[in-house]
Design a protein around this ligand. Structure first.
Ligand code: R5P
Length: 282
C-alpha cells in the first residue's frame, strides 16, 4: 500500500500505478490549536510505503505521523520514500553552534522506518545519517526525456563541479553531446557568481543540469552567461524543482528557453516522474 504525504500526491499515484498497489486514503487536517493531524484510512497489514517529500517543516511532521499511523494499523514493514529530503543541504555544522540538520531529520525519520529511499540527495553522505543507512535513487537520467529531440550540437553543462555526474547522466541518457562545468562561488544564500569555462557555446543548444534549483540564483547566473556568449537556446534541468521565492522570474529574465524538473516536488516544471526509478527499488 502506498501512503502519500501532502506534497507528494501526484508522484504517489504514479507509483501506485507503476507497482499496481493500492493508494491509501489520507486526510490532512489541523486541530483548533494549529497542530497537524495526518489520518490514513484502510491501512492493510502488508508493507506500507510512505512517500513524502519534505520541503516544509509541516511536511516533515506529516511524514512522522504517517509512518506512525502505518505502524499503529499493523503494517508488516514501513518503507519511507523521501522524493525530496528537506534540510539535506545543512549536512554539516558550517559555523560554530550550528546543527547538522540533515542528521537530526534522518534520525527522526529512521525511528519510524524499516528502510528508507532518498531520491538524489545533495550529498550521498547524508544517507549514513539514517539507521539503517538510506539508499539513494538516481532519477537524473529521466531528465533527458522532455528535452527536444534535435538539439543543435548540444552541450550539457554543470553550473559547478559537484553537478558534473548529473550532467553526464543526462547527456548519456540523451545519447549525444559534450559535457562541461562552470566554477561557482556562493557569496550568500542568493548571491552566486559563476566563472565560465572555455567551452565554445555560440550557436549551440546548452542544457544546464543541477540536482536542485532553490532560489534560482545559480541557474540564472549560468543562463545569463550563456546567453551573453551567444548560445542558441538554453534549457535548464534539475531533479528537484524547488523554485523558491522569485526563481521562475529570475530564470525567465536570464533568457531560459524551458525549465524541466521531476515530480519529487510538484511544480509547473515537473515534467517527468521519478516513479519508474523508485519502482526498481520497491
Ligand atoms: C549546490 O551545490 C546545489 O547543487 C545547487 O546548485 C544549489 O543548491 C542551487 O541553489 P540556488 O538555486 O539557490 O542557487
Amino acid at each position: 500500500m502506498i501512503i502519500s504525504g501532502s506534497a507528494s500526491q501526484s508522484l504517489s499515484a504514479e507509483l501506485a500505478a507503476e507497482l499496481d498497489e493500492a493508494l491509501a486514503p489520507v486526510e490532512f487536517e489541523r486541530f483548533p490549536d494549529g497542530e497537524l493531524i495526518a489520518r490514513v484510512g484502510d491501512v492493510s497489514p502488508d508493507r506500507a510505503v510512505v512517500v513524502a517529500s519534505t520541503p516544509t517543516s509541516d511536511a516533515h511532521l506529516e511524514l512522522l505521523q504517517l509512518q506512525d499511523a502505518a505502524r499503529e494499523a499493523g503494517a508488516s514493514e514501513v518503507v519511507t520514500v523521501l522524493p525530496y529530503m528537506g534540510y539535506a543541504r545543512q549536512d554539516a555544522a558550517f559555523e560554530p553552534g550550528e546543527p547538522v540538520s540533515a542528521r537530526a531529520v534522518a534520525r527522526a525519520v529512521s525511528a519510524g522506518s524499516d528502510r528508507t529511499l532518498v531520491v538524489n540527495p545533495h550529498e550521498d553522505a547524508v544517507l549514513d545519517f539514517f539507521d539503517p543507512a538510506a539508499t539513494a535513487v538516481d532519477a537524473s537520467p529521466r531528465l533527458a526525456e522532455p528535452l527536444p529531440a534535435a538539439l543543435s550540437d548540444p552541450l550539457f553543462l554543470a553550473p559547478d563541479e559537484g553537478a558534473v555526474d548529473i550532467a553526464t547522466a543526462v547527456r548519456d541518457a540523451y545519447g549525444q553531446g559534450e559535457t562541461d562545468f562552470f566554477e561557482k562561488t556562493r557569496h550568500s544564500g542568493v548571491d552566486v557568481e559563476v566563472t565560465p569555462s572555455d567551452a565554445a557555446v555560440a550557436g549551440r543548444d546548452v542544457v544546464v543540469v543541477d540536482d536542485i534549483i532553490a532560489t534560482g540564483s545559480t541557474m540564472s547566473e549560468a543562463v545569463a552567461v550563456l546567453s551573453d556568449r551567444g548560445a542558441a537556446r538554453v534549457f535548464v534541468a534539475c531533479v528537484h524543482p524547488l523554485l523558491a521565492r522569485s526563481a521562475p522570474t529570475k530564470l525567465s529574465r536570464a533568457g531560459v528557453e524551458a525549465v524541466y524538473g521531476t515530480d519529487t516536488l510538484e511544480r509547473a516544471a515537473s515534467a517527468v516522474s521519478v516513479a519508474p526509478s523508485l519502482a526498481e527499488y520497491l
